[in-house]
Design a protein around this ligand. Structure first.
Ligand SMILES: [Zn+2]
Ligand SMILES: [Zn+2]
Length: 152
């Protein structure tokens, strides 16, 4: 289902947040984050300028994403084990790899990402165990493990 999603984001990056469902909007923002993370090592001026542009773009997207997330009623956790460890009310739905912790709701994950981007504190770490987050998607993680590269 997610095959070709990366190229979809590249082609429709300005409309992707409005055009797709919220379950896809988080990965869309995360894809840009991954782009930033992957270009982190490039030190030349042109790359850092491009990075600055991407960073502003990502900030804007995260801002809009948070607004749209606030307009929907979050899934409520049915028991304590399902609770987001940040807000303690919504259901934790974002799973991070490789540590496999599923401890954040969408809103809290996006907020965490927003803070990390603003503070330039990348790559993002799991809020629970501080492991560097490689991906949110098991499929993609296994793909990356095999290819040791990124298509984004
Ligand atoms: Zn939360
Ligand atoms: Zn973790």
């Amino acid at each position: 289902m997610l095959s070709g999603f990366s190229s979809f984001i590249k082609r429709h990056s300005t409309t992707v947040i409005v055009g797709v469902g919220l379950s896809l909007a988080v990965p869309a923002a995360y894809a840009i984050y991954r782009y930033l993370k992957n270009t982190n090592q490039q030190a030349n001026a042109e790359a850092s300028e491009r990075r600055g542009e991407k960073l502003n773009e990502l900030r804007g997207k995260l801002e809009r994403l948070l607004v749209s997330l606030e307009q929907i009623v979050p899934e409520v956790a049915e028991n304590e084990d399902e609770e987001c460890i940040v807000c303690n009310s919504s259901k934790a739905v974002i799973q991070t790899f490789p540590c496999k912790h599923k401890v954040l709701c969408r809103t809290c994950f996006v907020r965490t990402l927003q803070v990390a981007v603003t503070d330039f504190n990348l790559p993002l770490k799991c809020v629970l165990c501080r492991t560097r987050i490689a991906t949110l998607d098991r499929e993609r993680h296994e793909e990356n493990a095999m290819q040791s590269g990124s298509s984004i």
